[in-house]
Design a protein around this ligand. Sequence first.
Ligand SMILES: [Fe+2]
Length: 281
Amino acid sequence: MLSSGIPVATLLDDPVSVEKKLSFAASKDLIRAWDLGLFYLKTPDDLDLESARQFGRKLIASDSPHRQVPHYGELEGFIALENNQQTKLALRRERWGQHYPEHIAAFGRQLDAIGIAIIREVFRQSGILEALWDRASGGYASGGGDAFLNFVYYDTRAPDWGLRPHTDYGFITILDASAPGLQIEVGGEFEDVPVLASHFIINFGEALNFITAHSNRAVSAVTHRVVSQQSTDPVRHSIVYFANPNLDGILWQFDAAGKEQGSSKVQDLFAQLENSLTESR
Ligand SMILES: [Fe+2]
């Protein structure tokens, strides 16, 4: 654990399967990560993070062909809002092959494997029977679900308030950021999450909090924000991977005895979160 109190995990090869296993130095670190809803993950050696970062940095060039990727609904495509420092290329897994170069699509699939390793450890700790993991997570635990791989940059020369406090709606967010700015709420106060070289920042979202709520070990959905960027480097780049449930799916809550404790349509859960967010503003 670091002086900031944020635990650090690594992915280890599992001798009995091809799957990698999430591992903390001490069980108290895992408990802290689950309670906080956030931890650092050592970036695996077989991941070509540098070329993914390069791809992200090139998006800023006005002649980048990826600035022409069309919008698919509100969430996908090359998105630049005028009143916002944030510009992004955001795509669901189904469109990676169409719009990302092969090495970026492959990078996305490696992040899928990391997301799956994390959610499987969450389930293992929760005591929920393995036979139910797939159903509880709407298929994400076995390679389904709804995954996004987004390349984002914040241009600090544009006026903006950054990203307001919020929780992520999905299961797991994997973040690689080139500069500080992320803060999390701990005991009512916002604290910096420093960039740690060669580590991703992982945080849990509402859907994972929901499906583990009645289990032996629930995870928290951490409230976080990104403060307005005023770094010495005027542009903050990040790569963000979201592991989400399918929007038209259902999430199930099980206890460790295998008993069903509740369920929600994904759309209903997200609509509820949207309402409470609007009310608190
Ligand atoms: Fe977020």
